[in-house]
Design a protein. Structure first.
Length: 164
């Protein structure tokens, strides 16, 4: 039979959270959620979180930079989606803005073009307007800005769909 789990003490939670942060970057919002889930009251959670920040285990700016780099390189996400995800994790806007500057504009457009070329293979047999719309929806779902997506879709598809 399973015994009911005992809530962690503040020192146990500090040690567990420090070990977690040592393994991988964590946001303060994610750790706050974990601390509360582990049974700490909000005051104890805030105190543990403050200790983790003071000891350098948590740094939201560092987390944002790593998140932006990974999501752009490995997931193929655009700025809009990355920024939204960081906001949901409680990262301050100034840290998000600073982290976004790490994305090279030329590489950003190249990455979108690569993604769109792969998508084009699945929609190229459709009617031109439908193919254009599918490509634009795809770019939007990845979090790329409409203006940049429109330019890249035109480049990849060689379709120029003007509004009537």
């Amino acid at each position: 039979m399973n015994k009911p789990k005992q809530p962690l003490t503040a020192s146990q939670a500090l040690n567990r959270a420090a070990a977690l942060c040592a393994r991988s970057e964590q946001s303060s919002g994610d750790i706050r959620e974990k601390l509360l889930k582990w049974g700490l009251c909000s005051n104890d959670a805030a105190h543990v979180l403050q200790q983790l920040v003071e000891q350098g285990f948590i740094d939201d700016s560092r987390y944002a930079r790593a998140f932006v780099k990974d999501r752009f390189a490995f997931n193929g996400w655009g700025r809009i989606k990355i920024a939204h995800q960081l906001r949901t994790k409680g990262i301050p806007s100034d840290a998000i803005d600073e982290a976004m500057t790490a994305i090279d504009e030329e590489r950003y457009r190249e990455r979108l073009a690569e993604l769109l070329q792969a998508k084009w293979r699945t929609v190229k047999d459709r009617e031109p307007r439908a193919a254009w719309a599918a490509m634009m929806r795809f770019a939007a779902s990845r979090g790329f800005e409409a203006s940049i997506a429109g330019e890249c879709v035109k480049q990849v598809t060689r379709i120029d769909v003007e509004d009537d």
